[in-house]
Design a protein around this ligand. Structure first.
Ligand code: SF4
Length: 475
C-alpha cells in the first residue's frame, strides 16, 4: 500500500456508487452518522453533502504495544458496511499490518507518505507507547515507537488514539507493567490528540470522528481526557437495555442462573455500567449486532482511565465511595446532602424569625420609654396675649385617674400618640383670630425701641447686612 488508491479521486460518493451503494443507503448512513454524533436528524443532509464532496483523507496508522484488536475493528468483515467502505476509502498510506512492503520498503513508504501531504494527514495510533529504558521496549526499524509517534503526530492535522492502550497505556500500562507504557497524549507535545478508548475501539466512533471533520471542518468537542463528548458523554447504565431490571431489583446472582437466562441486570455480578461513560449501549459492535452486556457479561469499564486498576475486580461490585461507612452508597450520600440542606434551611428560618421578634419587641419598648420621657418633661406656660382670656382651669381629675400624661402612659392607659396634641400641618389653613383679639393687639402701645448693640469700630451695622431680625423703627 505504498501508493494511494486512485479510484476515489472524484470523491467519496462516486466511489461508493461504484461499489454498488445506493443513494438511499448513503442517505440512511448519513442519518446514522448524525445519530452517532448525537446530532439532530436534520443534520443528515448536510453530512451527506459534505462527505459526498470530500476527497480521501490521508491517514498514517502506527502501532505500538497492542494486540491488534483495533485494526481488526477497522477491518471487520462480516459483510461490507458503508462505514467500512468509508474507512476503506480513506487514503491509508501507511499501516504496518496491512501494507505490502516490509523492511526498508516500509520505511520508504512512511517517508513518502509524510512528504506527500505535509501537515495534511491524520495520524491514527493504536497501542501504548513504552517509555522505560529510553523506549526500547518497542522498536520498528531500529527506531523506538515513541520517537516514531512524535515524528508523525507532530506534523499531523490531528492524532486519533484508537483503543484504550493508546488512550492511557491500557493493560501494558497497568500497575506492575515493566515497560512504562503510556498513552499517545503523554509523548507528543502540541499535537491535537483525540482519544477513542474502548477495548477495542468502536469503529463507528472512528468513522463519526472523521465524518465530523469532513462535515464541519473541525474536530469534535472533547472532555478533559480528550474523548469526544458525542461518544463518551453519557453513562452506559442510563442507556442499557437491562436497566428496567435494575429498577425492579431483578439481578443475575450467579452465572447461568435464572436471572442470567432471562437477561436480568448484571449489577450484582460486578457490572461497571454505572461508572462508565461510553456509547456502547447505543452503537454496539459488529455493525450494531451486539455488545458485552447484551452477550451476558457485565461492563468492565474499559473506556475509563486506568480501567485495569480502577475497575477490577471486574466481577465484583466496587467498594462504596465512602470507605468509612461501607453501607453508604451514592444515593444515600445524595439523600443525606439534600436532607442536611433542608434541615439547615429550616433552622436558619426559625432563628431569623426569633431574632426579628426580639428586635421588634425591643424597638416597641424603646418607643414607649421615649414617649414617656417627652411627656414627663415640664414645658413653660405659653404667654397669653393681652385681651385674650386665659384658658380655663383643667377640670379635676376623675377619681383613680393618673395625675399626669406621663403617669397615664406609664400606666398604659393610652398610647403616647393619643396624649400628644395633633401636630398642625404646615399646609393647614390658619384660623382667623377673634375680632376682640385683633383690636386689642392694634391698640396696644408700641414696644420699646430695641436696645442698640454696641457696634465695633469699622464694622457695619446689622441693618447694613440686611440680616437684622428686628422690625424697622417708625419714622
Ligand atoms: S447490566 Fe450493568 S449497565 Fe446494565 S443496568 Fe445493569 S448495572 Fe447498569
Amino acid at each position: 500500500m505504498t501508493t494511494r488508491m486512485t479510484e476515489t479521486d472524484d470523491g467519496i460518493l462516486a466511489a461508493l456508487l461504484r461499489r454498488g451503494v445506493s443513494r438511499r443507503a448513503f442517505l440512511k448512513w448519513s442519518a446514522a452518522m448524525a445519530a452517532a454524533l448525537a446530532l439532530p436528524a436534520s443534520y443528515a443532509p448536510r453530512i451527506a453533502r459534505a462527505v459526498a464532496a470530500s476527497q480521501r483523507l490521508p491517514v498514517i496508522w502506527l502501532r505500538g504495544q497492542d494486540c491488534g484488536g483495533d485494526t481488526m475493528q477497522f477491518l471487520q468483515a462480516t459483510e461490507p458496511t458503508i462505514s467500512q467502505m468509508l474507512l476503506d476509502l480513506l487514503s491509508v498510506d501507511y499501516h504496518e499490518t496491512l501494507m505490502a512492503p516490509a523492511g526498508d520498503g516500509s520505511e520508504k513508504s512512511l517517508a513518502e507518505a509524510l512528504a506527500a501531504t505535509p501537515g495534511g494527514y491524520v495520524a491514527v495510533v493504536e497501542g501504548s507507547i513504552p517509555t522505560s529504558d529510553d523506549g526500547t521496549w518497542c522498536m520498528v526499524g531500529g527506531v523506538t515507537v515513541r520517537d516514531m509517534v512524535r515524528r508523525v503526530c507532530d506534523g499531523a492535522l490531528a492524532t486519533i488514539a484508537v483503543g484504550t492502550c493508546a488512550f492511557d497505556g491500557g493493560i501494558p500500562g497497568a500497575a506492575g507493567g515493566p515497560s512504562g507504557a503510556v498513552g499517545v497524549g503523554s509523548v507528543v507535545s502540541g499535537a491535537r490528540v483525540i482519544n477513542l478508548p474502548n477495548c477495542p475501539v468502536n469503529v463507528d466512533n472512528l468513522t463519526a470522528t472523521i465524518v465530523h471533520y469532513l462535515t464541519f471542518k473541525e474536530w469534535p468537542i472533547t472532555d478533559g481526557t480528550g474523548r469526544p463528548l458525542f461518544a463518551y458523554g453519557g453513562l452506559i447504565h442510563n442507556q442499557c437495555e437491562r436497566r428496567a431490571h435494575y429498577e425492579f431489583g431483578e439481578y443475575v446472582l450467579a452465572w447461568g442462573d435464572e436471572g442470567a437466562q432471562k437477561g436480568w441486570c448484571l449489577y450484582k455480578m460486578g457490572c461497571k455500567g454505572p461508572e462508565t461513560y461510553a456509547n456502547c449501549a447505543t452503537q454496539r459492535y459488529a455493525d450494531g449486532t451486539s455488545w458485552p452486556i447484551k452477550a451476558g457479561s457485565g461492563c468492565i469499564g474499559c473506556a475509563m482511565p486506568d480501567f485495569w486498576d480502577t475497575m477490577s475486580p471486574f466481577y465484583q461490585r466496587l467498594p462504596p465511595p465512602v470507605s468509612l461507612t461501607p453501607a453508604v452508597g451514592v444515593d444515600d450520600v445524595g439523600t443525606l446532602l439534600v436532607g442536611g440542606i433542608a434541615a439547615v434551611t429550616v433552622v436558619h428560618g426559625t432563628l431569623m424569625t426569633v431574632r426579628e421578634t426580639r428586635i421588634r419587641s425591643k424597638e416597641k419598648k424603646h418607643r414607649k420609654a421615649e414617649a414617656a420621657a417627652r411627656a414627663a418633661a415640664a414645658l413653660p406656660a405659653a404667654p397669653v396675649a393681652p385681651g385674650v382670656d386665659a384658658p380655663a382651669e383643667a377640670p379635676p381629675a376623675a377619681p383613680g385617674a393618673p395625675d399626669t400624661p406621663a403617669a397615664a402612659m406609664a400606666d398604659g392607659a393610652a398610647e403616647p400618640g393619643a396624649l400628644a396634641a395633633p401636630e398642625a400641618s404646615p399646609d393647614a389653613p390658619v384660623p382667623p383670630a377673634p375680632p376682640e383679639a385683633r383690636s386689642a393687639w392694634l391698640e396696644a402701645p408700641a414696644p420699646p425701641a430695641w436696645p442698640q448693640d454696641p457696634t465695633p469700630s469699622g464694622a457695619s451695622a446689622p441693618e447694613a447686612r440686611g440680616d437684622d431680625p428686628r422690625p424697622p423703627e417708625a419714622g
